[in-house]
Design a protein around this ligand. Structure first.
Ligand code: GLN
Ligand code: ZN
Length: 720
């Protein structure tokens, strides 16, 4: 039985990737050291593959992002030096970033700016294919074009044909003996026209006298049989996250091509029942020439379980990237009749752990009333205004204030056990007090406590909630060199005690202005964690929502009048195929409503989302029944306003007037432009003034002047 794997994390066990590249940016690593270091990392990665599987792609290493590298290879952008390369990644001239399918990885988006594309093969400054002959890794032309922006529909078909021809000549020129093509965009819901373009363009691969394998993942391919008709040697399919649709189609496909059966999850950490999977593989092998592989690239998982700080019961239930390679190997062994290791591997997976009857009963007892606020919005609005007495154009921020060197240093001391809890609390209170004083001086209307105690908006809650484990060193790249540690939701989620009330109440005790209670919503906690699969995700979401609901009750008892529930991941978590959106948004929206349903009518509920492509999801968002929403708008060039024009939006809204992703301090006039455009659509009574997002990555030197301008803008607007 042959085995294969792809997409193993490039990060390295000690996050060497991050250290090398950031070291280079800071001038501590020379170009030569960087190149050598990255080559070494690639070698380590290869030897990890080799230990477990028979084959894998070559040239998967990038210095930042695969889509950027592909754009450089095809001459869409030019970079003569590493400086040029990184300029495209970060800073003023950087390409836009967006989420890669429905994952939390962000890629750099090539932009054709509406022009007719012209391609030419260029040798990139980071040549991933240097010295490679076998199984060269490439992003397929269709995925590359489909995920780019600014490519007019009228050019798409020709562009795809041309780019495919160019890819073929590149493959020839390089003398590759075989090729791995990553083509995940083929799992999207494509039009007939798009399928025809793919068919015509990819027919050209018949010119090559060598095996080209095409890999799809993250979902099913709607026309799987068509892929098998194309001139590829093998097709990779996701048999884990395909809702059974790929498997069903395979039933009626006759082919002598290789089926790369993606049977090991690349996106979640649960151990594979390798013996059961082996049965499936055996069945498939009766009809197909099967190679066992992962169902999606493994870079969504931490590198290895080595050194992970997980409860021991959990350790025997999970597998990170390296252990997923092992699973591929165990499945192949079991198929060949050797089941002993496999049996041992799965011995712990079914032992229950972290279950909680009380929580289950609570979710089981929910009825439709639990998803409704008792008083309709228009009445709530009046009650809230009586309590809050906010001026027109109220000003606020999104939650976090600068996480200075010092804040991070002291928090780390505390987390490592080198600072006692009391001293840490005094320090955090000091930071909160400073933040309140600054907001007082600036004259903002609604305050925040600053989130100094939080490392990460999901991990912070994961540490406080029962049923969720944090991993210690389970790092995953979210973009470039930025990493996060997704927690693992393994059991029933319960709040043991208030999670955030102490800090918020302390902040409120220092001022007469309302301080917002700051929470992360259920969908975002789920989207940025590894989630149990023994119960529907919807139930997990409701369990988390109940914990948040209880927290809101405690806020109210502590005199907090405004609560913000951040849901930045609600769009990203939506399935790739829109035909499943109703089902997803149904529970996503209900989980939000469940958080708020028992809040007093005079408690003002805010939500925050950090992106501006609202067009497609607007109809769902309005169902969330919040009182106020803040969203990113400063870079959206007005698209967002259009989205609001189309629905009958009666809530209050804060459109971000300051792009907090850059250190630039916008003037009152620049901020005003955004507001004026919006005021054509949104009545001024409903309008809030705030930045795009939280300010934790900014410095106080930028925050104070920018917020001054923001407050001045509100004052001017009130006087008009
Ligand atoms: N409240 C969070 C903050 O300000 C929101 C961050 C986010 O939306 N990503 O940091
Ligand atoms: Zn945000």
């Amino acid at each position: 039985m042959k085995t294969y794997a792809y997409g193993f994390p490039r990060l390295g066990k000690q996050r060497e990737f991050k250290k090398l590249i950031e070291g280079y940016w800071n001038g501590k690593v020379t170009e030569e050291e960087l190149r050598q270091g990255i080559r070494n990392l690639d070698e380590t990665r290869k030897s990890t593959y080799t230990r477990h599987v028979s084959s894998y792609p070559q040239g998967e290493m990038t210095l930042y992002d695969h889509m950027l590298d592909t754009a450089l290879l095809y001459g869409v952008y030019r970079a003569e030096t590493l400086e040029d390369y990184f300029r495209l990644c970060r800073g003023k001239e950087a390409l836009e970033m967006t989420k890669w399918f429905n994952t939390n990885y962000h890629y750099l988006v090539p932009d054709f700016e509406g022009k007719k594309p012209e391609f030419s093969i260029q040798t990139p400054v980071w040549d991933r294919h240097e010295g490679i002959e076998e199984n060269a890794y490439l992003i397929a032309p269709f995925t590359f074009l489909k995920l780019s922006k600014g490519l007019k529909r009228e050019y798409f078909g020709d562009a795809l044909k041309e780019l495919t021809a160019l890819t073929i000549s590149y493959i020839r020129e390089k003398g590759f003996k075989s090729v791995h093509l990553d083509d995940p965009a083929l799992v999207m819901e494509l039009t007939d026209e798009e399928w025809n373009w793919v068919k015509e363009a990819y027919a050209q691969f018949s010119d090559l006298n060598m095996p080209v394998n095409l890999f799809t993942y993250y979902d099913s391919v709607d026309r799987l049989s068509l892929l098998f008709e194309l001139p590829f040697a093998g097709i990779g399919v996701d048999l884990v996250h395909d809702r059974g649709e790929n498997l069903k189609q395979l039933g009626s496909i006759r082919t002598n091509k290789v089926l790369f059966a993606g049977v090991v999850d690349g996106r979640n950490v649960w151990r594979n029942n390798v013996l059961k999977t082996a049965e499936l593989v055996k069945k498939l092998s009766e009809k197909f020439n099967v190679v066992v592989t992962n169902a999606a690239p493994l870079f969504h998982l931490p590198v290895s379980l080595e050194g992970a700080t997980l409860p021991s019961e959990l350790l025997e239930k999970v597998a990170f990237a390296e252990e997923k390679l092992k699973e591929i190997n165990l499945i192949a062994k079991a198929v060949s009749g050797d089941e002993s290791e496999g049996r041992e591997w799965i011995s712990g997976i079914d032992l229950s752990f972290g279950l909680n009857e009380k929580v289950k009963e609570r979710v089981g007892a929910l009825s439709s009333e639990d998803f409704e606020r008792k008083v309709p919005y228009q009445e709530r609005k009046k009650l809230q205004q009586e309590v809050l007495r906010l001026p027109l154009f109220p000003t606020t921020t999104i939650g976090s204030f600068p996480q200075t060197e010092e804040v991070r240093r002291v928090r780390l001391l505390y987390r490592k056990g080198n600072l006692d809890a009391d001293s840490y609390e005094i320090f955090i209170k000091g930071e909160i007090a400073k933040a309140i004083e600054i907001q007082e001086e600036l004259g903002l209307d609604v305050f925040v406590h600053g989130e100094f105690e939080r490392t990460d908006m999901v991990e912070f809650f994961a540490e406080k909630l029962e049923g969720i484990a944090t991993t210690g060193n389970g790092w995953v790249i979210s973009y470039g060199t930025r990493c996060y540690r997704p927690p693992i939701i393994y059991g029933d989620v319960e709040r043991k005690e208030p999670m955030t009330v102490k800090e918020i109440a302390f902040a409120q005790s220092l001022t007469d202005k309302p301080v917002k209670g700051m929470l992360t919503g259920p969908v975002t906690i789920i989207a940025w964690s590894f989630v149990r699969e023994d119960i529907p995700t919807k139930e997990v979401a409701y369990q988390i929502a109940l914990a948040i609901k209880d927290e809101i009750k405690d806020y109210e008892d502590a005199g907090i009048k405004i609560v913000q529930i951040d849901e930045p991941a609600i769009r990203e978590k939506a399935p790739i195929k829109k035909r499943y959106w109703n089902e997803y948004f149904d529970w996503a929206i209900k989980s939000f409503r469940l958080c708020c349903s028992s809040a007093k009518p005079e408690t003002q509920i805010h939500t925050h989302m950090c992106y501006s492509e609202f067009g497609e999801i607007m109809d769902y968002i309005v169902e969330m029944d919040f009182d106020v929403i803040s969203i990113e708008a400063s870079r959206s060039k007005g698209d967002i306003i259009e989205a609001f024009e189309k629905v009958n939006f009666d809530r209050q809204i804060g459109l971000g007037v300051w792009d907090i992703h850059s250190p630039y301090v916008p003037s009152v006039e620049e901020m005003r432009e955004i507001v004026e455009r919006a005021l054509k659509v949104i009545p001024k009574e409903n309008f809030w003034i705030n930045p795009d997002c939280g300010l934790k990555t900014r410095r106080w030197e930028e925050v104070i002047p920018a917020l001054k301008n923001l407050v001045n803008l509100a004052k001017e607007l009130r006087n008009e």
